[in-house]
Design a protein around this ligand. Structure first.
Ligand SMILES: O=C(O)CCC(=O)C(=O)O
Ligand SMILES: [Fe+2]
Length: 368
C-alpha cells in the first residue's frame, strides 16, 4: 500500500477538496506526502537544499568538535547536539546523531528555577548554532519559519475538517499577547543515521529510532533519498515511507489524537538502521501547542456528523494496531507531557541541570 499524496497547491486553490482528501488520509494511513509546495513557496527547493547541505557540513565534523561546540549538555533548555547512540526511545538507544532545536527565545525562567516555578517553562530558551558552520544558523532558522507557516495552514484545514469550532484547536498554538516569550513550542531536529556498524543491530534489534507516536500536533518531515522510515498500518503491517524529492511527509501526533477523541490517531512509526553505504539525513519538524495549553477532547456533538460516519465506515469495527503503548497525554498542560518526553530521552541533561531535588515530574526513569 502506498501513502496518499496531497497537493499543497490544492490546499490553497480548493480548500474543500483538500479537506476531503485530508480526512481520508488521516482516517486510514495517518501519514501522507505533501507535494507541490514549490507552487506556493517560491524558494522551497533552494531552502530545502540549503538546509540539507549545511546539515551535512555540520555532521562531517568530528564528534569532539560537535560535542564541545554545541553539545546538549551545554543547554539547560535541552537544545543542541547529541552524539550517536545518546538519545533514548522506549528505553533503547537510537542509532542516530542529531541537533535539537526549538523556538528561539530568551529563557522564560531564571536558573536555578525559583521554588514554585512550573518546571516545563524552563524548556523555553535559545538554540545553539555552530560557529564552525556559519551557514547552518540562517538555513535552519528559515526552515523552521517555513515549516511553521505550512503547519499553520495545515492545522487550520485539519481543524475545519473535524469540527465547526476549529479555533478550539488552532488557539492552542497561538501566542498569548501577555506571554510573547512563550510561543508555540515547535521542536525541530536535524538527524543523521549513519550506516550500521557491526554489532549495532544484531541481537539487540537496534533501530535508527525505535517505534513511537509523535507527541505534538503535526509533524513535517523532510528526508533525503536514502529511505528507512516505516509506518505501522491498521493491521499492524510495517510499510516503508519511500523518499519523494522536495515533498514533506506529514503525520499527526498525540495532541491531534487527543483533541479529535482518537478519530485522527497518531500513527506508530520507526526508522530502520541505515543499510546503504552512506548516511541518511532527515529534518523532522514537530508543530506543537504552547507549553501552557490544555488540550481539550472534542465530544461527539462537537464533531462534524459526516466525519463520524466516515470514520465508522473506514474502521469497520477494527482497532488500529500499534507496537507502542497508549498515549502520554493526560488532563494536564501540554508542557508536562513535553517535559516528561524530553527528560526521558536526555536523562544526562536532566541530571546535570535539574534532578529530583528540583523536579518532581520528569527524569529518565519516569514512564507515561
Ligand atoms: O527521521 C525520520 O525519518 C523520522 C524521525 C522520527 O520519527 C522522530 O524523530 O520522531
Ligand atoms: Fe517520529
Amino acid at each position: 500500500m502506498s501513502l496518499p499524496v496531497l497537493s499543497y497547491a490544492t490546499a490553497h486553490a480548493d480548500p474543500p477538496e483538500f479537506i476531503r482528501q485530508l480526512r481520508h488520509a488521516l482516517l486510514t494511513t495517518g501519514f501522507l506526502y505533501l507535494s507541490s509546495i514549490d507552487a506556493v513557496v517560491p524558494d522551497w527547493r533552494a531552502s530545502w537544499d540549503a538546509a540539507f547541505a549545511a546539515s551535512a557540513d555540520f555532521f562531517a565534523h568530528d564528534e569532539a568538535t560537535k560535542v564541545e561546540g554545541i553539545g546538549m549538555a551545554r543547554s539547560r533548555h535541552f537544545r543542541g547536539y547529541s552524539a550517536y547512540g545518546v538519545e533514548v526511545t522506549q528505553g533503547r538507544h537510537d542509532l542516530r546523531e542529531q541537533i535539537d532545536l526549538g523556538p528561539d527565545t530568551e529563557p522564560a525562567v531564571e536558573y536555578p528555577p525559583p521554588p514554585g516555578t512550573r518546571i516545563e517553562r524552563v524548556l523555553y530558551g535559545p538554540n545553539q548554532y555552530p560557529s564552525f558552520v556559519p551557514a547552518l544558523e540562517p538555513a535552519l532558522r528559515h526552515w523552521h519559519a517555513l515549516c511553521t507557516s505550512i503547519s499553520c495552514v495545515l492545522l487550520s484545514l485539519l481543524a475545519e475538517s473535524l469540527t465547526p469550532s476549529p479555533s478550539r484547536l488552532t488557539s492552542l498554538f497561538a501566542t498569548r499577547p501577555d506571554r510573547e516569550g512563550e510561543p508555540a513550542y515547535s521542536r525541530m531536529k536535524v538527524v543523521r543515521y549513519p550506516p550500521v556498524r557491526p554489532g549495532d543491530d544484531d541481537e539487540g534489534g537496534g533501530l535508527g529510532v525505535g517505534a513511537h507516536k509523535d507527541g505534538g500536533g503535526l509533524t513535517l518531515l523532510a528526508q533525503d533519498a536514502t529511505g528507512g522510515l516505516q509506518v505501522q498500518l491498521w493491521d499492524g503491517e510495517w510499510v516503508g515511507v519511500e523518499p519523494r524529492e522536495y515533498e514533506l511527509v506529514i503525520n499527526v501526533g498525540q495532541v491531534v489524537e487527543r483533541f479529535s477523541a482518537g478519530l485522527y490517531a497518531a500513527t506508530t512509526h520507526r526508522v530502520l538502521p541505515t543499510r546503504s553505504s552512506s548516511a541518511r539525513l532527515s529534518i523532522p519538524f514537530f508543530f506543537c501547542p504552547r507549553l501552557d495549553a490544555l488540550v481539550p477532547v472534542l465530544s461527539p456533538s462537537d464533531i462534524h456528523p459526516a466525519l463520524l460516519d466516515e470514520a465508522a465506515r473506514t474502521a469497520n469495527g477494527a482497532e488500529k494496531k500499534s507496537e507502542v503503548r497508549q498515549g502520554d497525554l493526560h488532563e494536564e498542560v501540554f508542557g508536562l507531557a513535553a517535559w516528561r518526553g524530553i527528560t526521558r530521552s536526555h536523562g544526562d541533561v536532566w541530571t546535570k541541570f535539574y534532578g529530583r531535588e528540583v523536579d518532581p515530574v520528569g527524569g529518565p526513569e519516569v514512564l507515561a
